[in-house]
Structure formats: C-alpha cells, structure tokens
Ligand binder design. Structure first.
Ligand code: MN
Ligand code: MN
Length: 300
C-alpha cells in the first residue's frame, strides 16, 4: 500500500536531515578526534535541522561492527589507520531514516569500503515489489563474494516502522530461505556489512553496552527510579538512547545505582557492542529506501 502524502513528507524530511548529517560528519572526522565530539556534533545537527536522533550516533571502529556510541565523558579518540563506521538515525514525529557510511584511514581496507558501497548500489538496483527475501540475500552475497571479501552473515537490513527501527522483516546479506517478499510502500534500512576474506564473517556480543531502550513499566517505589523510567518512556518511547542523554536528570550520586536498578528489573534492555568474531575489520554502507511501484527510492 502506498504511503499517505503526509507520512511520505515526514520520511523525506528525516531522510534529508540524515543524509546531510552523514555528509557533514564525513567531512569532519579525522584521526585523533574525540569520538564523543563526533557523536554530539551529529546529534546536535539533527536537532538543529528539525529532527530528533532515532538512536544515538554509532561510531564503530575496525572489528567493531555496530552499536558503539560514546558513554558520558568518553575519552576515546579515532585511532590512526582505522576504519570508522558512522551510523545515523533521524526521526520526524516517529518516521525514521537510517543511514551509514564508512570512512577509511587505512589503504588496506579500501576494498572493504568500496565493496560495501557497491553492494548497497546493487541492493537499490534490485529492490522492488515482489522480490523475494531469499533472492535479495543471495544476490548481495554473490556481489560481495565477487570482490574477494565476505559478507557478515548475521547482520541484516530491516523493515522500518513508526517509532520502530527493526519492524519485523529482515534483509539478509547472505542467502536465507524465506517465503517473504518485498511489498510496495514498505520502508527498509538496507545495509550490507563487509569483512575480509580470511574473517569468520559473523558478529558476536562484546561485554560493553552503551545503547539502551525502554522495555516495560513496573510499579517502582524508589522515586528516582520512577522518575528516570518515566522520562525515558516519554522521551524516547521504543527508540534506543544513550546515557549521555540522561545527564543531569538525577543527582550524580544516585544516578548510577538507579540506572543499574532499571536494567536489572528489565525495565530497560541493552544493545551490546557487536564485534566480528575473528576480530577482522568491518565496513558498512546504509540507505533508507521506500519501495515504490517499479523499484525503490533512496530517502537518505
Ligand atoms: Mn543504521
Ligand atoms: Mn539500520
């Protein structure tokens, strides 16, 4: 079903902000730059341009494939000779655009970056109503393999919904048996992830977690826990957030214990940082697209 004009405008607006943020940040990022500056500049740009971050700006380096964002007071900087993935989410009234790029400071990894972009172009070329998810995955796998490198088999693109970054359907980057088909009016984040020829080509959870999301309400007696959870639920709804966005809400000496309590009560869930299993470098490219009658439109 085609989208209403009003909703389409919101997706287009979110897409435009996300694309501009990506281009701006690509031109700013450099070796030695504090990662927290990169995150905060991206998020500020989104807000100044009439959107809201749909998730914290992800800056994932080398073998880290996804889900790193700076915690408060992060002291990490962009390492020399690194491969830097920047993943940006914007929403306008709950309509989300999701886009990513890889900036390369190491000539050794250039093929990974080009292959991720090339696979994304291929995806955009083939996406249309009626295409099967199986066909999509095998085409992307072949495209990546044809350049002598590997896809990440357990990271996928995803259907996007209202206040939902992962709205059910996945777009695999390898062959997967599936009866599902692409439909007109659907919005997808399309994101091939590419790693080296000698890599396992899978990601695994690390012990670090810097991104969280609201999971469920509970009756809480602790007034600080109640206050913090209410704030999170109203402000971010079902979208991911960072602790950077909670600074100053509670007295500093109560904050850590309160946040840990909400996690252990499963009022919140966390997204662990994802690393490639054999610790090989990973590149990513992502656009958000709208499926139209005879193909797809890039929104980012
Ligand atoms: Mn993304
Ligand atoms: Mn995505």
């Amino acid at each position: 079903m085609p989208l209403s004009e009003d909703i389409l405008k919101k997706y287009q607006h979110a897409g435009k902000i996300a694309a501009e943020a990506r281009e701006k940040i690509e031109s700013l990022v450099h070796e030695g730059m504090p990662i927290i500056d990169l995150c905060e500049k991206t998020e500020a740009f989104i807000r100044e341009n009439g959107g809201q971050p749909a998730f914290p700006c992800n800056v994932s380096i080398n073998e880290v494939a996804a889900h790193y964002t700076s915690p408060p007071q992060d002291e990490q900087t962009i390492p020399e000779n690194s491969l830097v993935k920047i993943d940006i989410g914007v929403h306008v009234d709950g309509y989300i655009a999701d886009t990513a790029t890889t900036v390369c400071f190491n000539p050794e990894y250039e093929n990974l970056v080009h292959t991720a972009k090339y696979a994304l172009e291929k995806a955009v070329e083939i996406l249309r109503p009626g295409l099967s998810i199986s066909q999509f995955g095998s085409t992307i796998q072949k495209t990546i393999k044809s350049r002598g490198v590997n896809p990440i088999s357990n990271l996928t693109g995803h259907k996007i919904g209202y206040y939902m970054i992962h709205a059910g359907k996945s777009l695999p980057n390898v062959h997967r048996f599936s009866m599902a088909k692409i439909k007109e009016g659907e919005i997808y984040g399309v994101e091939p992830f590419v790693t080296t020829a000698d890599a396992i080509g899978e990601v695994t959870n690390s012990v670090d977690t810097h991104i969280f999301r609201f999971l469920r309400r509970r009756s809480l007696r602790d007034p600080y826990a109640k206050q913090l959870l209410n704030y999170i639920r109203k402000k971010f709804r079902t979208l991911p957030f960072t602790e950077r966005w909670l600074q100053g809400l509670l007295p500093q000496d109560s904050y850590d214990a309160t946040f840990s309590k909400l996690l252990s009560l499963k009022c919140l869930m966390s997204y662990p940082v994802l690393v490639e299993k054999s610790r090989k470098a990973v590149a990513q490219a992502e656009h958000t697209v709208l499926i139209v009658k005879d193909g797809c439109l890039i929104l980012t």
